[in-house]
Each structure stands twice: as C-alpha cells, then as structure tokens.
Write a protein that binds this ligand. Structure first.
Ligand code: PLP
Length: 452
C-alpha cells in the first residue's frame, strides 16, 4: 500500500539520452519561447519537460534527466508525488477557491496547525498563508514592524529574500536581481555574514556575530531594529553555512534588544537540511519563520509562522491576499507534510548529504579548482576558484554546469560571484541514481578542469 503511494508516478528512475540535449522538440519550443516570453525571465537549461517523478524529469524528446535541482528546492517529496497528486485531484474537484478571507475552509487551518507542530519551539504559534516566498518575507517584515513599532530591518551580505520591491532591497546581489529596478525600499541595513571559507581564518561564529552586532549598534542603533532577517544556510548566496555559534549569538542579541529574529527558511525548510528546519541544528528558535518552496510539493504556497503574540499584533484585515492559502495548495501541503513525516524525509536528506559530501570531498582531492565543499543534508555545494587562489571562477562553474546538462544531469549554480555549483536533489531520489549523477559530475570536472 505505502509502496504504491510513495513510488514515482509512472516515470522510470533512469538517466537515458535519446537525442542531444536539447533535442529537436525542445529547440522548436525554445524558438516559440524566445518569440513569446519576455527575455528577462531567466533560463538554466532549455529542455521542455513532459513529465517528472522521483529523481527524474523526462523531456519532450524522450530524454530522462537526473534532477539535482528539485525546481529550486521545491519538490522535496518528489515531483508529482502520488499522495500530493491524489489530494490535489480530490480538492480541485470539490472546490478551487473561495478566498479564505471571505468564506474559510478547513485545510488552511490544518496547514497552520501543522506549521505550529513542525517549526522549531513549543511556544504558542500562529500562521498566515500567502503565495510566494517573497510575499511571506514581506509579511514577516510587516508583522515585525507593527509588533515592535520600529522600522529598521537588518539583513546580511549574500542574502537572497526575493524579487519584489521590498525583497529586492533585502537581497544582496545586484545582477541580475536589482540592476535598473531601483529605487529600493528604505530602512534596510546590511551587515557581514559568517562565511567560514572567506572570513579570516579562525574567526569563530560568536566573533562573526560580534562583528555584525557592532555594526548594527553603531550604524542603526539597537533600539531601532524591528527585525533581523537571516537564512540559516544561505540559498542563492551559495549555500553559505555560518560558523557554529553565529546564529545563536544573533538570536540572543535579538532577544535582549527586543528585535524580532526572523529565519527565512524558504529554501532550507521542510526536511531539506536533514532536520525539518535548518534552525534546529543549533537549537535556535526563531520568533518568526518564513516558509515556501518545499511546503506543498510544487504548488504555490508560503507562510509566516511565529509567536502568537507577534502574529496577533496586527489589526484585523492587515494581512491577507486574494489567493493566499488557496485550497488546492493547502491540500498539497497537507499531503506533502504527511509524506515527509511518514517516509522520514529528514533521514533521507541526511543520507543524501553523507553520500554527496564523501564523493565531493574525494573530488576536491583530485582537482585544484574546488575551494570549498559545504552544506548540510540534501543542500550541498562546491565553490570553484582559480587554481591555487580563492578567486571565484564563474566561467568554469558555468562550463561544468553545462557539461552536466549535456550529459543529462540538472545542476544549478549560485553565489554572489556565480562560482558555486549547488545540489538540491529531491529527497526521494534513489541511491543508484544519486551515485550516477555524481559519476557524471566527476566526468564533467575531468573534462572541464582536468580532475584526475
Ligand atoms: C526562493 C527564496 C525566496 C523567494 O521565494 P519566491 O517564491 O521565489 O518569491 C526568499 N527567500 C529565500 C531564502 C529563497 O530561497
């Protein structure tokens, strides 16, 4: 019974190339895309997808590719995961939308109850649901400002929080996210992150926190800070894992000064890092937590979850949106969360992490272009540099990514300097498929960087 429900829907778990990548059908569709779709919408790999499941996506030419991206950390439970498909089909046939603020329905409430259970801390919690990650971050800022009566928001170097006007201001990287899109929202203050590979050697987590805090106190003023917003492991910034002690020290400072500590777990959440949430690894309990990506198996849904007294500080009608907590997305979220719990996906993420770290550290020994191997659970990255230096090599990173794509493995890049290869496999990927993807990565490094 469980076997049937957890199996990938109708997709053979294999890498199989029957044309070059992209094939002729994808190239036809690409021409239509180029003619009809705004060129500002980015593109990693121009293969058009017909179906997907488990650790595989199948394109319109019949090529099966191994998925090490999960649509950017979204399909943690697998693509078209059977329980999600069933829940969505039942809900979409029952009703598609009422607007929760007009006439409510149970699944929205049930998602908020689940969020209270699975997020860190056992204090009373409440949630509000939205559509995208950026929208959740915007609402966390609204709540923190309203609850504290303060305005300043502190964010970190290399941070990524979205592409709307406020979240562009919160995001660090200019190209492609901010260039030409200003002016940006005011009262956003950026401080140094803990970045062990690039910090001065030996700088501890508490020391890196003290560096950031000194800057906040000098340049913003402790009493003006509404919220400190941080990704516990940075996503688009290049899977930067802060040194141990950094996050707890920042959270402590917030508690002492009355600032709201907001963990943006949009990329790290829902079992990705081997825990339900990345904050747990150091026992950090955020005041507010933003979630999206992995929450609903591919349907658009996001949330702000946090201390009930903070969440309830906002006047009635101050939070919401037409589609926030759409019933189809809520049904998908409940099925995804049930899958994560029943199939113990945190353990699956830890197994993936062990395999990947072992293989990638071995690769690091065979080449001089891998400066750093890092990450946690199924959120693992390598940072590429010019041999013998720590200078970022974005050009090589792009070539290796393209070599993987041509061989039928989807990998993504990241990093402020574009020199990080990041791996986010679906947590249901089989061990053989994962090993094969890592073989392909070895081949790509051998071809492009002369790895032995
Ligand atoms: C993806 C992401 C966002 C933005 O989410 P969208 O759904 O794309 O708006 C915000 N924060 C983090 C950490 C993310 O990874």
């Amino acid at each position: 019974m469980t076997e049937v429900l957890t199996g990938p829907a109708n997709v053979t778990q294999e890498r199989r190339l029957v044309t070059e990548v992209p094939g002729p059908r994808s190239r036809e569709l690409l021409a239509r895309r180029t003619a009809a779709v705004a060129s500002g919408v980015g593109l990693t790999l121009p293969v058009f997808i017909e179906r997907a499941g488990g650790g595989v996506v199948v394109d319109v030419d019949g090529n099966s590719l191994i998925d090490l991206g999960s649509g950017i950390a979204v399909v943690n439970v697998g693509n078209a995961a059977p329980r999600v498909v069933q829940a969505v089909q039942e809900q979409v046939a029952a009703f598609t939308h009422t607007c929760f603020m007009v006439t409510p329905y149970e699944s929205y409430v049930a998602v908020c109850e689940e969020l209270a259970r699975v997020t860190p801390g056992d204090h009373p919690k409440k949630s509000a649901l939205f559509n995208s990650g950026a929208e959740a971050v915007e609402n966390a800022v609204k709540i923190a400002r309203h609850a504290t009566g303060r305005q300043a928001i502190v964010v970190f170097d290399h941070a990524y929080h979205g592409r709307t006007n406020l979240t562009m201001a919160l995001t660090a990287k200019n190209m492609p996210y901010k260039q030409g899109f200003g002016p940006f929202a005011p009262e956003v203050h950026r401080v140094p992150m803990s970045y062990p590979y690039r910090d001065e050697p030996g700088l501890t987590g508490p020391q890196a926190a003290a560096r950031a805090i000194a800057q906040i106190e000098a340049q913003v003023g402790a009493g003006n800070v509404a919220a400190v917003l941080i990704e516990p492991i940075q996503g688009e910034g290049g899977f930067v894992v802060p040194a141990p002690g950094f996050l707890p020290a920042i959270a402590d400072w917030c508690r002492h000064t009355g600032a709201v500590f907001v963990a943006d777990e949009i990329q790290t959440g829902f079992c990705r890092t081997g825990d339900w949430f990345a904050s747990e690894a150091e026992g950090v309990v955020p005041d507010l937590i933003t979630t999206a990506k992995g929450i609903a198996g591919g349907l658009p849904l996001s949330a702000v979850t946090g201390r009930a007294e903070l969440m309830d500080a906002v006047h009635g009608g101050g939070l919401g949106g037409t589609y926030g907590g759409n019933p189809v997305a809520c049904a998908a979220a409940l099925a995804s969360i049930a899958t994560m719990r029943e199939d113990d996906l945190p353990a699956a993420a830890r197994r993936i992490g062990d395999t990947m770290l072992t293989r990638l550290r071995a690769l690091q020994q065979r080449t001089d272009v891998v400066g750093d191997v890092r990450g946690r659970g199924a959120m693992i990255a390598v940072e590429l540099v010019r041999p013998g230096t720590d200078e970022p090599d974005a050009e090589l990173t792009g070539r290796i990514a393209r070599a993987c794509h041509a061989r039928g493995v989807i990998v993504l890049t990241a990093g402020t300097h574009g020199n990080v290869l990041r791996f986010l496999p679906p947590l249901v990927i089989g061990p053989d498929l994962l090993a094969e993807a890592l073989d392909v990565l070895d081949e790509a490094f051998a071809q492009e960087a002369g790895a032995r």
